[in-house]
Design a protein around this ligand. Structure first.
Ligand SMILES: [Mg+2]
Length: 107
């Protein structure tokens, strides 16, 4: 069964192939691109108060900007994981498993 992430990864591979961008998609470049996109997401919230940040999706302009940057983050995260052969869902669940042991629930 193909997951949605696998389908997205395949679409991104085709997108890069069709533009001869595979040569740019090194792990180093993709890690930097991912970091830049996370920073672009953070920039939206940079000077907002906690209350303003909680209501960021109430403004269509801000909501569109948040969705756009989250999409960029997802794209680069999916792409670098694909290039490195990492199963994101498997590794995220394994990390949560470790964190459940590391940080026990509050009694
Ligand atoms: Mg961006």
């Amino acid at each position: 069964m193909t997951t949605e992430i696998e389908t997205l990864a395949e679409r991104l591979k085709h997108f890069a192939d069709a533009r001869d961008w595979e040569k740019f998609h090194t792990p180093k470049n993709l890690a930097i691109a991912l970091s830049v996109e996370v920073s672009e997401l953070a920039e939206i919230f940079q000077w907002l108060t906690p209350e303003e940040s909680a209501g960021v999706m109430e403004s269509v302009k801000n909501a569109d900007a948040v969705k756009d940057e989250l999409a960029d983050v997802m794209i680069y995260l999916t792409r670098i994981a694909s290039i490195l052969g990492v199963d994101l869902i498997k590794e995220a669940n394994a990390k949560i498993d470790r964190n459940e042991v590391r940080f026990p629930p509050t009694p």
